[in-house]
Ligand binder design. Structure first.
Ligand SMILES: [Zn+2]
Ligand SMILES: [Zn+2]
Length: 284
């Protein structure tokens, strides 16, 4: 199954589907630019999600080939207001440099705040310099901010609050003596006027979602690669969320999507469940 990225509702119709409900009252929009997992994918791009709330556009994660996907969709590179990078795994940050090069060469002028784990900032800035992506060339000003768990960033009527997850705890345990870093990964609570969305990014256990599900959310965008299916579905079954969009399915589950859907239907029968494809647009 190959789905080309598109920002039209056509992509949403691709699955045919009764899974997606497009409401007239458009408060927020999620455009799935890439819902692949960490393995090489021939039918999904890597993690990148474009949210529009209160006419503010922001990206969560910059997996490859986010720059080309935006270009292909005819997206105005000046429209993006902000970037959040959940953690430094390549499937979430691999498209960042080309995106910045694209912003330079396409003449972006708007300042660009970029939020990421604190240990990522210095190497990213050095890599920008190594790749001759000098700020003197840019007509826009990038600025880098360290994500801090439970500390919200507010911009244009939108509030994004990151929370630590245990996604990198295994790496930390095995490698922290040799590679000293914070091993931070974050999920996000996104709030706009009368809307709350949880975005898991990559987690280590279902309980990582507790802070973003402490109060009801209108939509949970949830990964499906790093927990046992049943554990995650059971955890979510009594949480205050009516609508769940699964993404980042591990390769084996993606290739058995029919089976995964029927398990989800059984375990999450009270929820409206969607499985994201690249190019899909959800309007909330
Ligand atoms: Zn990932
Ligand atoms: Zn990861």
């Amino acid at each position: 199954m190959h789905v080309r990225g598109s920002f039209t509702a056509d992509a949403a119709v691709f699955l045919g589907n009764d899974e997606i409900q497009i409401l007239d009252m458009k408060k927020a929009k999620l455009r799935c630019l890439g819902c692949g997992d960490g393995l090489p994918c021939n039918d999904r791009k890597h993690a990148s999600y474009l949210y529009t709330i209160n006419e503010i556009d922001f990206l969560i994660d910059c997996g490859e080939p986010v720059c080309d996907t935006l270009q292909e969709a005819g997206y105005d590179f000046n429209s993006l207001d902000r970037i959040f990078i959940s953690h430094m795994h390549s499937d979430h940050v691999g498209g960042f440099f080309m995106l910045m090069q694209g912003f330079w060469l396409e003449g972006r002028t708007k300042a660009l705040p970029i939020h990421m784990p604190k240990d990522g900032i210095e190497p990213i800035v050095r890599m920008m310099e190594a790749g001759c992506l000098f700020e003197e060339l840019f007509r826009f000003k990038p600025s880098y901010y360290a994500l801090d768990s439970n500390t919200a960033t507010e911009f244009g009527g939108v509030r994004v609050t990151p929370f630590n997850t245990t996604h990198l705890n295994g790496f930390k345990k095995s490698f922290q003596d040799k590679y000293k870093q914070s091993y931070e990964a974050f999920c996000f609570l996104i709030e706009g006027t009368n809307i709350r969305i949880g975005h898991s990014a990559d987690i280590g256990a279902p309980e990582d979602l507790a802070p973003i599900l402490a109060e009801p959310v209108d939509l949970l965008v949830c990964e499906l690669a790093h927990c046992e299916l049943e554990d995650l579905f059971d955890y979510l079954s009594d949480k205050p969320v009516d609508r769940i969009a699964f993404m980042h399915l591990g390769r084996s589950w993606w290739s058995h999507i029919g089976e995964v859907k029927s398990i989800a239907q059984r375990r999450l029968k009270d929820k409206q469940v969607t499985f994201l494809c690249d190019g899909m647009v959800l309007t909330i």
